[in-house]
Design a protein around this ligand. Structure first.
Ligand SMILES: Cc1cc2nc3c(=O)[nH]c(=O)nc-3n(C[C@H](O)[C@H](O)[C@H](O)COP(=O)(O)O)c2cc1C
Length: 211
């Protein structure tokens, strides 16, 4: 059993956030979700809010003046989580992660993250975004920071993800899949299936426990 923090961003695949929450809960984990404002366009936050499992930017910035001793939610979440699962990870937040921008609660968790702890990324975006050179550049930057060493720029997507997953002790990428996308295109970019994301998390948690 682990403390699983789901980071949800503004991909249409955020419709799967409740299913992800349920799947990790069913696997015996304690689960919390930190979501960007854009993510909440795609799922109903009410049930997760009702049981205190969902943290939003409005919790970091409640509209009242900060007083010493008030909670700093991104640090609380960072301290609580054993693993950070960014699912879905959209193109915008992927770019922020790669350069360290931290302008919302989710990216502040990332920026304060204990880099010895595991991270699982499940990118989800339109095919054109996925195939843009920025995507590889950002994934390669994250892989280098996560101990995967230099990963050549010329690799095909599958090989790139395989090398990251083989070489990094802490980072796992669950690559997107090909299907009919919400925009009407058919192509690669849809978020991986929920059981595959859960399996990747289980595997890296088991590895971390064995180390
Ligand atoms: C209907 C709709 C669907 C979207 N789907 C995606 C997506 O699947 N992947 C993606 O990278 N961006 C997608 N976007 C764009 C992001 O929501 C946008 O870049 C947003 O600023 C992301 O903010 P965040 O990273 O803070 O969540 C979508 C936008 C809309 C309006």
């Amino acid at each position: 059993m682990a403390n699983v923090l789901i980071g949800a961003t503004g991909s249409v695949a955020a419709v799967r956030v409740p299913a992800l929450f349920d799947a990790f809960t069913a696997a015996g984990h304690a689960v919390k979700v930190v979501a960007t404002d854009a993510a909440t366009y795609f799922f109903d936050p009410a049930p997760l809010r009702a049981n205190g499992a969902l943290v939003l930017d409005s919790d970091e910035w409640p509209g009242t003046r900060y007083e010493r001793g008030d909670a700093v939610r991104h640090i609380e979440l960072r301290n609580w989580a054993d693993v950070f699962v960014l699912a879905p990870l959209d193109a915008n937040t992927l770019a922020k992660l790669a350069v360290g921008l931290c302008d919302n609660c989710l990216t502040c968790v990332w920026r304060a993250w204990d880099t010895a702890r595991p991270v699982v990324l499940a990118p989800a975006m339109n095919t054109l975004m996925w195939e843009h050179p920025f995507t590889r550049r950002h994934l390669r930057a994250l892989a280098a920071d996560a101990g995967a060493g230099h990963i050549p720029a010329h690799l095909a997507d599958d090989a790139l993800i395989q090398q990251i997953n083989d070489r990094s002790p802490t980072l796992r990428v669950v690559g997107p899949i090909t299907k009919a996308l919400a925009c009407g295109d058919t192509g690669i970019g849809a978020m991986a299936e929920v059981p595959d994301i859960v399996a990747a998390v289980q595997a890296i948690l088991a590895k971390a426990k064995a180390a």
